[in-house]
Design a protein around this ligand. Sequence first.
Ligand code: CTP
Ligand code: MG
Length: 382
Amino acid sequence: MARLLLIVAAGSGTRLGREIPKGLVALAGRPLLDWTFDSVAPGAFARVVVTAPADRVEEFASLIGGRGRVVAGGETRSDSVRRGVRALAPEATDVVAIHDAARPLVTAEEIRAVLEAAEQNGAAAAATPIVDTVKRIAGGAIVGTLNREELCGAGTPQAFRAEILEKALSRGDATDEAALCEELGIPVALVPVSRLSFKITTPADLELAEAVLSSRRTREAPNMTQRVGIGFDAHPFVPGRELRLGGIAIPHEKGLEGHSDGDALLHAVTDAVLGAAGLGSIGDHFPPGDARWKEADSATFLRGARDMAKSRGFEVGNVDAVVIAESPQIAPYAVGIGARIAEILEVEAGVISVRGTSTNGLGFTGRSDGVAAMAIVLLKSR
Ligand code: CTP
Ligand code: MG
């Protein structure tokens, strides 16, 4: 039973009144979809699919990078969900979470709560209490008052066991998937979420989200213009594999074991970049075991971290890294490694420093069982 995530972002954002789709609209200096991605912790899912407007698939794909696969959505929201679910290719017992790109302030905890409720009940939806008095209207006048106690606001995340979702989606269109379940008589569990998971629909909503993020920023990182991050990684040697360190091949009788190419140095630098940007760890974004990263060039991870830091408004100031290995000697390759890391990070080679050291025979590196690497990164506000 796997957890899968669909982010729907194929709408045109008519009510927001911008030229571009909502997912690309700038919110506190970054595309709205970037914020949504930060909030949903995509690393917790076996597969992530995003629906984009059909003429923007490439643009969305380059924004999302390694964080998910982008497919074209459809005319209606239900069409988009059907296409997205097809791309996720769930098995019957998988659970699919569906989230509107237009709700960037959702939290990973809220998504998890909805998923757990769906795993238990088959279907679940995020709910908020109605705070206004709700009126029935006709001909521009109020003709009645609804009982608020019997009402709630329903939004996303919503989550469904795949077999239920498939049945629901075959019924037709609705403004959300819970409505399709209701038609089938399938109970949908309600999971209370914060009102901050509101959907950005109008220009006023965008202003509200800007205000929330700006108040968070002052609270969390007052006047922060520079941030440091640290990274560490170690991999064992195995015979029959090319040794990759710092993005280059180094002649050696053994290579480093790993799901990807095993490049412990690039992993340490990637983790340091992510850590400095407050973006979690390499495993959150590029989970080991994910088929996409099998035998992957670890430069992909570092490039992804660089782009995520960039969309948070940071660029790399400098990197200092140490490779801990008894053999091979790192010194002959240090300049080449530095140049390659600079190339991946798109910075001058002069701001990257790489050294090798040994542990004088102590421990696993001393026995030449493997290689460890440490990196420290300084990020500067752009
Ligand atoms: N959505 C989608 N495909 C559609 C329509 C909507 O994937 N054909 C997505 C939107 O991108 C959004 C979510 O469903 O993330 C909720 O829809 P809504 O807030 O209505 O967004 P838009 O349809 O983009 O906005 P508008 O209705 O104002 O045009
Ligand atoms: Mg819409």
